[in-house]
Structure formats: structure tokens, C-alpha cells
Design a protein around this ligand. Structure first.
Ligand code: ZN
Length: 415
């Protein structure tokens, strides 16, 4: 397949007018100038098309796809009254339809890869994930959520039942049907929901599973809201801080994705840096639940490996350019409130985070970029000709709409 267009290989530089040849689901050639006469007309695109990598979302929840917009509640109450009922419904027959909706919405907004959570159910998640792998070309890192307290029985049942079967509990990880264990596009992760909903016993079990599977990503939430942090101090009075709880169980390493991290203390920033864990900044979610404004300056000062996520459904939007915009706005808000904002990310920096940056952190070195050898995970955008100036990427972020996407190509196939 030959695709012609302005190729956005580096968002800090003007896109290059040229063409790409795809072969075996990869970018085989990347050339400047018009396609050769024997390749005309190109299979896709044209002289005015903008070609960009598909987006990567570092944090979202598939089962919350229908729960956007239930406003007015802080985190812990929102979980109990909005999210846990939705996740219960997922296990009672809603899962397949909800996953179809999620896959459709991600694809529509140009997201080609996602680090996501399922629910705590076992069989239904295996079946839903097997179908997602069979029917779409989305990349995913996802896993069953572990939780054994502070939630409805329907959601703690799986882990409580597993605990009863000790010392030989059922495995933490269930590979989806038809997905080989070395399929780097589709990987199973360990997902202890957060320490509020996990006892010491369950966290220890996740720690053992992490030790047995060192290449496996771990996803959890950390220090999102102040009442949550207060509750953690009650639940774990002997730990020095919230981050220390996960560290005690061996859950912090370079493949750990910690969502939020809005209320960290200095020793926690230092520990996260020392372990090289990843923080998934979810700016829309933090505003929606009024959890707080993420301290981007502290993250930069501590050399944190920073990813960007929607955290749907606390984040309203699966569109990563809107999350990029929310990150910029959060930094500006902190500057306006005189509580930070030393560094305001530029649109090219933000665009880099939702493509190459997130892909690298999720160990997808062949995603989020347009270069020879990279996977053909691409978006073809139709934009006004007047946008081709030094503000191109800012225009994309602030005007973002799925309507801008003319074609989505995931794993070399039109999605
Ligand atoms: Zn989340």
C-alpha cells in the first residue's frame, strides 16, 4: 500500500511532504516528495493528507465506557455509586456490548493502543478479551482487576474465592484465546485496583505473581484524592506512605503504571523515581472528580517517567488529543493559581507524549512513530490547508474532533 501525504514524523518539526510504502503490516519505505509514477495514484491519502501515528492511551477502564458524565461526586463515593454498579453489570451480561462500544470509540478517536483495566470477574473477562483480540487490531495491555474488600460482594467474590483455594489459587493471569504469550501487541497485566480495595494478602499474591512474571506490566492507582490517602493511612498504619504499601509487596518496578499520583510527598516521588515506575497522568479525570491538579513540575524535577491517560470514565473523553490539551490546561491552571506551572508543555511535547512517549513507556517501541520498520499504526487526517504553519500541532490539539480522521490503519489494516 502506498500512502501519500504530509508525514508528521516529529511534532516539533514541520511535516514532510512525501509517501510511505506499507508491507507486511510495517512501514517499509518512507520517502520525501511525490510518489513515483508507477505508484500513482497512491492507494491512500493525497497531497493534502496529514499522516500521524495512531495514539496510545496509558490508562483507561473498558468496563466504564458507559459511565461518563456522572458528575458531582468525589472519588470514593463515585466508585461506590457509579462505577461499582457499572462493573457489576459488566459481569451480569453487559460485558460484550460494553467492550464493543469501547473498541469502537477508541478506534473512532484514533487510539491504536491502550493500557486498560477490566473488572474483577474471571471467565467473562477471558471471553471478552479473547473476542477483542480476535475482532480488532487494537494493541492492549490489560488484566483482570484484583479486589477483595471495600466493594460490593459481586466484585470481591472472585478474589475471596481464589483466597479460599489457597495454597493453590487459580492463576492470576489468563491468556486470551488465540493470543500467543509472546504477542507483544496484546499483553496481560497484573491489576490490583488500588490499596483501598486490596488486603495485604491479595497485594502479597500480586507481588508473588509479579516476581514470577517479571516482564508483566502492573497497573494500579496511587494517591488520587485526599480522602483516599487518609483512608490508606487508616488501612496501612505501619507503612511510611501510600507508595510504600506497593513497594512493600514488590509492586514497584519499571513496568508498573501508577495512575494519578496527585498527592505525593517528596519521599514518594523519590521512591517512584528510584524504582523507575511510570506515572500515568490523567488530567481530565483529576478535574472531573476534583481530586487535584497534578504537579507536573515535581514530576519533571524527580525525572519521572511520565505517561498520559484518559482514565475513562473519570476522564470524559477517549480522545488523546483532548487529554493532551487537558494536561496543558492543568499546568496553566497551576501557574494561574501561583502553585506551580513552572513548565507548560508545548503542543508538540504533548503530541509526542500521546504517540511515541506513551508507546515507549508501554514497551511498544514499534508504535507511536513513523519510521521504517515501525508498525503500520497510522491515522490519515483531513485538515484545512491553512493549518500547515508553525501552529499545526496546537491547531490539531485544540480543534480535535474524530471527524478530522479520514482513515485509521491499525497493524497494516484499515480499522
Ligand atoms: Zn483509573
Amino acid at each position: 500500500m502506498i500512502i501519500q501525504g504530509h508525514i508528521l514524523t516529529d511534532p516539533s518539526r514541520p511535516p514532510m511532504p512525501g509517501w510511505i510504502r506499507l508491507q507486511d503490516r510495517r512501514i517499509a519505505e518512507l520517502n520525501e516528495g511525490p510518489p513515483p509514477a508507477d505508484a500513482m495514484p497512491p492507494t491512500s491519502g493525497g497531497p493534502h493528507t496529514l499522516i500521524t501515528p495512531a495514539f496510545i492511551d496509558a490508562h483507561m477502564h473498558f468496563p466504564q465506557i458507559d459511565s461518563v458524565g456522572c458528575d458531582g461526586l468525589p472519588l470514593l463515593e463515585w466508585l461506590q455509586t457509579v462505577i461499582f454498579p457499572a462493573e457489576t453489570w459488566w459481569g451480569q451480561g453487559g460485558a460484550h456490548a460494553m467492550m464493543r462500544t469501547a473498541a469502537h470509540r477508541l478506534t473512532r478517536q484514533g487510539t491504536g493502543g491502550v493500557a486498560a483495566y477490566l473488572t474483577s470477574h474471571a471467565d467473562i473477562n477471558h471471553s471478552v478479551l479473547s473476542r477483542l483480540a480476535g475482532e480488532t487490531n487494537l494493541r492492549f495491555i490489560t488484566g483482570r482487576v484484583g479486589m477483595d474488600r471495600n466493594a460490593p460482594d459481586a466484585l470481591t467474590a472472585t478474589d475471596l474465592e481464589r483466597a479460599r483455594r489457597r495454597p493453590i489459587p487459580s492463576p492470576m493471569l489468563a491468556q486470551p484465546d488465540g493470543v500467543p504469550t509472546d504477542d507483544h501487541r496484546r499483553r496481560i497485566s497484573l491489576n490490583p485496583r488500588f490499596a483501598v480495595s486490596c488486603t495485604d494478602e491479595l497485594l502479597a499474591e500480586f507481588g508473588w505473581a509479579a516476581k514470577d512474571n517479571p516482564n508483566c506490566f502492573i497497573q494500579t492507582h496511587l494517591s488520587e484524592s485526599i480522602p483516599e490517602c487518609d483512608f490508606i493511612r487508616e488501612l496501612f498504619p505501619d507503612d511510611p506512605h501510600y507508595t510504600g504499601v506497593y513497594d512493600r509487596f514488590g509492586l514497584l518496578h519499571e513496568r508498573t503504571i501508577l495512575a494519578h499520583c496527585v498527592h505525593l510527598t517528596r519521599p514518594e516521588w523519590e521512591l517512584i523515581n528510584e524504582r523507575r515506575a511510570i506515572i500515568a497522568h490523567c488530567p481530565q479525570a483529576n478535574t472531573f472528580l476534583e481530586s487535584g491538579l497534578f504537579d507536573l513540575d515535581a514530576a519533571r524535577d524527580h525525572d519521572i517517567r511520565l505517561a498520559l491517560g484518559t482514565d475513562l470514565a473519570a476522564g470524559a473523553d477517549v480522545a488523546m488529543p483532548r487529554v493532551a490539551r487537558a494536561m496543558i490546561e492543568t499546568a496553566k491552571a497551576r501557574r494561574l493559581c501561583a502553585v506551580g506551572g513552572k513548565h507548560i508543555p508545548t503542543p508538540p511535547e504533548a503530541w509526542n507524549m500521546i504517540t511515541r512517549g506513551n508507546a515507549d513507556l508501554l514497551d511498544w517501541p514499534d508504535a507511536g512513530r513513523i519510521e521504517v520498520g515501525a508498525a503500520a499504526d497510522l491515522l490519515l487526517l483531513r485538515i484545512p490547508e491553512t493549518w500547515y504553519d508553525e501552529h499545526l500541532v496546537g491547531r490539531l490539539i485544540y480543534n480535535w474532533d474524530a471527524e478530522l480522521i479520514e482513515k485509521r490503519i491499525f497493524d497494516g489494516v484499515e480499522a
